[in-house]
Design a protein around this ligand. Structure first.
Ligand code: SF4
Length: 273
């Protein structure tokens, strides 16, 4: 059985950015002992059950590159030892592009995912609350990068496409682009916090999915349209794959999260697999 994502979520809650939509802050998961040493055993268990994944995603509650080199090394080695993934991704605030030793450790195995709201770094930094322009760091071009492009309400669909073209033309190491709507609250769905309110006022959400698909289909060729379990549609634009996750299913059904050494879903229920 192939699942969509295996997400390793650690619980440092440390980050050099202050995104107004921060998922870590919206969901307020409890701090836990990450038990990274157990990752390899968990992966072996899944392999024995004949379970594999499209993606391994090393992400936070917090910025993964702020973990020690020892922790990152353990994750890299575990996923090399039990490689049940088509692709591995490292979701970074951008801080990894100032951490040469850590970038060297991951760059041959992982695609680095960055998330931006504006091509103009000054605007991106002002909105997402950070002060080092990582996209123009000399280390940026050393990694294969996936751009999570957050669709903001203050731009039109035409502006999204022309901005994506600018990214692709300026940074040839951006290999894929993911169109992002933002999640309001994956833990309980409640709009009871300033981050969810910011999302509603400023960004597209799951309810805008059909408009995104209709616009993209007019401007780019569809190359993949997956079944509901993977809920992905992919176009080729200027030679670069642009992906959109439709999230028709209740969030997380095709994903496995490893949190505190346990295999859980997005509501932190232990998975029976
Ligand atoms: S980079 Fe991620 S963890 Fe850091 S503030 Fe932004 S959303 Fe939160």
């Amino acid at each position: 059985m192939k699942y969509k994502e295996f997400e390793l979520i650690l619980s440092s809650f440390k980050c050099n950015k202050n995104c107004p939509y921060c998922t870590a802050k919206i969901t307020k998961w409890p701090a836990v002992d990450d038990k990274v040493d157990e990752l390899e055993n968990k992966l072996s268990y899944l392999k024995e059950k004949d379970i594999s994944f499209r993606y391994f995603i090393f992400c936070g509650n917090g910025e993964p590159s702020l973990h020690s080199i020892d922790t990152i090394d353990k994750v890299v080695k575990a996923t090399r030892e039990v490689n049940i993934f088509d692709e591995k991704r490292f979701q970074s605030s951008g801080n990894i592009f100032f951490e040469k030793e850590k970038l060297d450790l991951i760059k041959d195995d992982f695609i680095v995912e960055i998330t931006r709201v504006d091509f103009d770094s000054a605007k991106d930094m002002a909105t997402l609350g950070y002060n080092q322009d990582y996209i123009n760091s000399p280390l940026f071009i050393k990694a294969n990068v996936r751009l999570n492009y957050v669709m903001m309400k203050n731009k039109s669909f035409d502006e999204y496409l022309s901005e994506i073209k600018k990214y692709i033309d300026t940074y040839p190491n951006i290999k894929t682009v993911s169109l992002k709507t933002l999640n309001l609250n994956t833990l309980n769905g409640k709009i009871d916090n300033p981050h969810s309110k910011w999302i509603i006022e400023n960004a597209l959400t799951k309810s805008d999915s059909q408009n995104v698909i209709e616009f993209m289909c007019k401007h780019a060729d569809v190359v993949h349209q997956d079944n509901e379990f993977f809920d992905r549609i992919e176009w080729i634009y200027k030679g670069v794959p642009i992906t959109f996750y439709i999230k028709k299913l209740s969030y997380g059904i095709s994903n496995v999260v490893c949190y505190g050494g346990e295999l859980v879903d997005y509501h932190l229920n232990k998975l029976d697999i």
